[in-house]
Design a protein around this ligand. Structure first.
Ligand SMILES: [Zn+2]
Length: 250
């Protein structure tokens, strides 16, 4: 069976990430695809990336302002409906009960059908990238907020009515099981990334992003005609938290 699943468009989705630009590097093609098809996308960022510089003349406050502005411009290009900044300090994210509670609050407020986050188990990529500890912590706390946090009636009832997320879309994973065709949105992904100038400097990342997307597309199992295989894809580990009704009522 083909594991490209490009037809499904959730009614609403929430991306939970550590830093401005995390969603853009990893899942922005999918976000743009879903948003263009009518999905209401919310981004929740645990930090405003207030340590992400080697320029000692910047302050944390000034950098946070710059990065929030970049993120809003980027999110606008992707068609994201709203961005929520939780304002924790960059490079210090831990999967605390405080942050889990804040995420339950946002999940119950926006009621996303799908939550997108990083794989907390991804530590080493190839031989050249050690995954940022904030990315791992953000993945853990996002998943814990989705399950069981958001759906338990007796847990933090003051944060709103419980909400059951249908599925987790976990990115940056070593064990993907679903691929989404981003051929039509790869350019908007690159345009969104280009808003993050405080991070990219003069660097042109378009070739790198396309190479990643080609590599992802080439690993997804495809049962269509070989020349119809999507050129660019993003890979996910999808965890379905709600069982679909069995066909035929069996
Ligand atoms: Zn990051």
């Amino acid at each position: 069976m083909s594991r490209f699943d490009s037809a499904y468009i959730p009614k609403s989705a929430m991306g939970i990430f550590a830093h401005p630009d995390d969603a853009e590097f990893t899942v922005a093609g999918t976000i743009a695809r879903w948003a263009a098809a009518g999905c209401e996308v919310t981004l929740v960022l645990l930090t405003s990336g207030n340590v992400g510089t080697h320029d000692p003349t910047l302050t944390r406050e000034r950098l946070a302002e710059i990065r929030e502005r970049e993120e809003r411009a980027s999110a606008g290009k992707l068609g994201v409906a709203q961005v929520v900044f939780l304002g924790h300090d960059d490079c210090e994210v831990q999967p605390t009960m405080e942050i889990r509670r804040e995420l339950v609050r946002e999940i119950r407020r926006y009621k996303p059908e799908v939550v997108i986050c990083n794989d907390p188990q991804s530590l080493f990529f190839e031989e050249w990238y050690v995954n940022h500890p904030d990315h791992r912590a953000a993945g853990t706390v996002a998943i814990d907020a989705v399950f069981p946090g958001s759906e338990m009636e007796l847990l933090w009832p003051e944060l709103g009515a419980p909400h059951k997320v249908h599925a987790l879309y976990v990115s940056s994973t070593m064990r993907p099981n679903r691929w989404i065709d981003v051929t039509r949105t790869i350019d908007v992904k690159i345009a969104a990334l280009n808003e993050h100038r405080s991070q990219l400097g003069e660097r042109d990342i378009s070739d790198m992003i396309k190479e990643w997307a080609i590599a992802a597309a080439s690993t997804g199992s495809w049962d269509g005609e070989p020349d119809a295989r999507p050129k660019y894809a993003e890979a996910f580990r999808v965890m379905k938290l709600m069982r679909e009704e069995k066909a035929g009522g069996g």
